[in-house]
Design a protein around this ligand. Structure first.
Ligand SMILES: C[S@@+](CC[C@H](N)C(=O)[O-])C[C@H]1O[C@@H](n2cnc3c(N)ncnc32)[C@H](O)[C@@H]1O
Ligand code: SF4
Length: 455
């Protein structure tokens, strides 16, 4: 039995590293011209991955940290589709759209809050803009089970969708009430059935631990019921509480949150439950069946981390489409405007609606590689970093490595000549373990850090 109390000291604000440098480093000195020149100069033999953001939701889940617009107005959705088409027309002018597409992901908000025929319009405009979809392209969509029907499924299937991700979060009725998301188990069961009947082979379910009123026992009951649905993958996110950024989170009574030691117990219970039931842990918050590509990717050392979590498809340049979406290439990040008005204004002027971004220097790229490797594979092959970047690892990271000593002493990490290996309990503290490699975090005093807590 691990004494989790001793790890409470690691409950500190820290990034989730869906990017490095992290989003607070993105800045407005990155302009549309920068993005155009990245698009023009990109190696066109590299594949493309598309992310399309559909921001709308009907009502607020109070825990939600996503970029969302709450509406029930039909004309808002119609108008948005019009702007997506215009944005695609602008992208077409600057980017070689004949490059192979290996991945396309619809995120939100709630893409299926669009009517099925609207979703079809988006799919058609994307395919018209990007004609070269790979036969094995991974096409996925985030789905709120409360807004999903057979018509949505038919449209997605017709356009080659092969992965769905259903948001569930928690099945306990009291928790559902307090998070303002009532979603009966039967609703999730029904949509799973629709997806399975349509032949979707990869279905993910999102859960969150650390929500108000959750306990180890109540969350265990949730995962017991979830496993009966037989998902292929699970994402079990640590609730990111950032009430200074998201007003609805202020509705929670913080005294109803589990203390960090209980959160670690919940996580440990979740890990042992899913691993005992045939799933493998993938990165810090995912689980997959051994036959799932995500797991196979770990064995091949090909797991990558990006804005959508973990993926098997690295080596592609990501194009963000829609309000607030983020794209990236080998050495840049670019984010679209976050509010509809400025997004539309830019498009009306015939511009790519890029709001800010980041150009990575060599040091950023080295640190990005190290952080993402550890976040994905829980180990780092030191000679690989040295060969890739022409550095002597121990010299380059001399000061940062000193900050890992405490993790080595706590038996969370092992470092030898050729390898850094995160040990079992250390995987639960991976955000803390990679933080010493973050050059920007050091520059900020801890009380100024605007990140959620690592535990
Ligand atoms: C865009 S939503 C998924 C699709 C759909 N909107 C839904 O809720 O079913 C993305 C996922 O992010 C996760 N999420 C949202 N806010 C979060 C937070 N503050 N902390 C941790 N995970 C969060 C939830 O698990 C959610 O399912
Ligand atoms: S969790 Fe999903 S449905 Fe709920 S507000 Fe966020 S994006 Fe919308």
């Amino acid at each position: 039995m691990i004494d989790f109390k001793k790890f409470e000291k690691y409950s500190r604000p820290g990034p989730r590293y869906t990017s490095y440098p992290t989003a607070p480093e993105f800045n407005e000195s990155f302009t549309e011209n920068d993005l155009i020149s990245y698009y023009k100069n990109q190696d066109s033999s590299r594949a493309l991955s598309l992310y399309i953001h559909i921001p709308f939701c009907r009502s607020a889940c109070y825990f939600c940290g996503c970029n969302v617009i709450f509406t029930s107005k039909e004309d808002k959705k119609v108008r948005y589709l019009d702007y997506l088409q215009k944005e695609l027309n602008i992208i077409k002018k600057h980017l070689d759209v004949n490059r192979e597409i290996t991945q396309m992901h619809f995120g939100g908000g709630t893409p299926t809050f669009l009517e099925a025929n609207q979703l079809e319009m988006v799919l058609e405009m994307i395919k018209e803009t990007f004609p070269n979809f790979s036969k094995s392209a991974e096409i996925s969509c985030e789905v709120d089970p409360r807004f999903f029907n057979q018509e949505h499924m038919n449209v997605l299937k017709k356009h080659g969708c092969n992965r769905l991700s259903f948001g569930v979060q928690d099945l306990n009725e009291d928790v559902q009430k307090v998070i303002h998301r009532i979603q009966p188990y039967e609703t999730t069961q029904n949509v799973m059935q629709i997806a399975r009947n349509a032949g979707i082979k990869s279905i993910n379910i999102d859960l969150i631990y650390g929500l108000p009123l959750q306990t180890k026992e109540s969350f265990h009951q949730t995962i017991e019921k979830i496993i009966k649905l037989n998902p292929d993958r699970l994402a079990v996110f640590n609730y990111a509480h950032v009430p200074w950024m998201k007003k609805t989170m202020r509705k929670f009574d913080e005294s109803t949150f589990s203390p960090p030691s209980e959160k670690l117990e919940i996580l440990q219970d979740t890990i042992s439950f899913f691993t005992q039931n045939g799933y493998k842990m993938v990165g810090m918050d995912h689980f997959a069946k051994p036959e799932d590509e995500l797991f196979k990717a770990i064995e091949k050392g090909e797991l990558h981390r990006n804005f959508q979590g973990y993926t098997t498809k690295g080596g592609a340049d990501l194009i963000g489409i829609g309000v607030t979406s983020i794209g990236d290439g080998v050495d840049y990040y670019a984010q679209n405007f976050k509010d509809l008005k400025t997004y539309e204004d830019a498009i009306d002027q015939g511009k790519l609606p890029v709001f800010k971004g980041y150009k990575l220097n060599l040091d950023d790229q080295i640190r990005q590689f190290v952080i993402m490797e550890l976040m994905s594979n829980f180990s780092l092959n030191i000679p690989r970093v040295e060969n890739k970047f022409g550095i002597v690892f121990n010299d380059y990271f001399k000061d940062d490595l000193k900050n890992l000593d405490e993790f080595v002493e706590a038996e969370l990490l092992k470092i030898d000549k050729d390898k850094i290996q995160v040990l079992n309990t250390g995987t639960m503290l991976i955000r803390n373990i990679v933080m010493p490699f973050d050059a920007y975090l050091k520059k900020q005093p801890e009380n100024k850090r605007k990140f959620s807590k690592t535990i």
